[in-house]
Design a protein around this ligand. Structure first.
Ligand code: ADP
Ligand code: MG
Length: 254
């Protein structure tokens, strides 16, 4: 017997898409102990586009992996769409990741034996759903890889592989998109197009975007910037003009 569904009410403050409390990740032990992420509290509102900046080694990638359920914290809690993922069964976490989250990471993880088109469609096939080919081609066109859809990954440049990975992450319209240095391997123009895709995902489709970047010009596409220093949030920048980001980063020594 299924339980009756709870009543839905309009809530004045909709729950954050992603939130963490006291989030801590320690590596190593003894003298080599590193607090990669140290007691971080953060909220990521639905449809909000957040950039995470900070010096190399400040814990950006670790924080992102924790929030996405790809790594386990030493302590603290992570809540995605109202559900704590700590202690969640692997099977449920896998389903949550597949159905609700999208990933754009530095390693593209394309399947070498599948074409670009097949790689982009793979998560949807795995979820047993039908691929919207028109939408796939629209995304591919926007990312400048429409002519490359029949190619295998090894026949593509690094930047093109990156864009295939981006199309794969966005086609499922995930509630939350995690991106770690997504413009790293891209030329200026393609990088800008990718950032515009992320921005319209957030503004037009209420997708929540969390993006690590060291580039103030990329961060300027976001609604806010969280600055990490030594595993802690040292600052939140709300005015995301390029000039203000550069000035604030210099001020906090990041
Ligand atoms: P960022 O992405 O900001 O450059 P990271 O999250 O990669 O920073 O790393 C934060 C800190 O944690 C660094 O001091 C790094 O050396 C350490 N660290 C990251 N991953 C590991 C690991 N697998 N083992 C040990 N230390 C790690
Ligand atoms: Mg990193």
């Amino acid at each position: 017997m299924s339980q009756p569904l709870p009543q839905h009410h309009e809530q004045p403050n909709p729950p954050a898409a992603v939130a963490c409390r006291g989030l801590t990740r320690v590596y190593g032990q003894g003298d080599a102990l590193v607090y990669a992420v140290n007691e971080v509290d953060a909220m990521f509102g639905t449809g909000e586009f957040t950039a995470i900046m900070g010096p190399s080694g400040s814990g950006k990638s670790t924080l992102m992996h924790l929030l996405a359920g790809l790594d386990n914290p030493t302590s603290g809690d992570i809540v995605i769409e109202g559900q704590s993922i700590i202690g969640m069964r692997d099977k449920d976490l896998t389903t949550l990741r597949r159905d609700r989250l999208g990933f754009i990471f530095q390693s593209f993880n394309l399947v070498p034996t599948l074409t670009a088109r097949e790689n982009i469609a793979l998560p949807i096939h795995l979820a047993g759903k039908r691929v919207d080919e028109a939408e796939l081609e629209m995304l591919a066109a926007k990312l400048g890889i429409l002519e490359r859809l029949t190619h295998l990954p090894h026949q593509l440049s690094g930047g093109q592989q990156q864009r295939v990975a981006v199309a794969r992450a966005l086609l499922t319209r995930p509630a939350v998109v995690f991106a770690d240095e997504p413009t790293g391997a891209l030329d200026l123009r393609t990088g800008r197009e990718l950032l515009q895709s992320l921005q319209s995902a957030s503004r037009q489709r209420q997708q929540t975007v969390i993006m690590v970047t060291h580039d103030p010009a990329a961060a300027a596409f976001a609604d806010r910037v969280l600055v990490l220093v030594d595993g802690r949030i040292a600052h939140e920048i709300r005015d995301t003009s390029y000039e203000n980001i550069v000035a604030t980063m210099a001020e906090v020594g990041a």
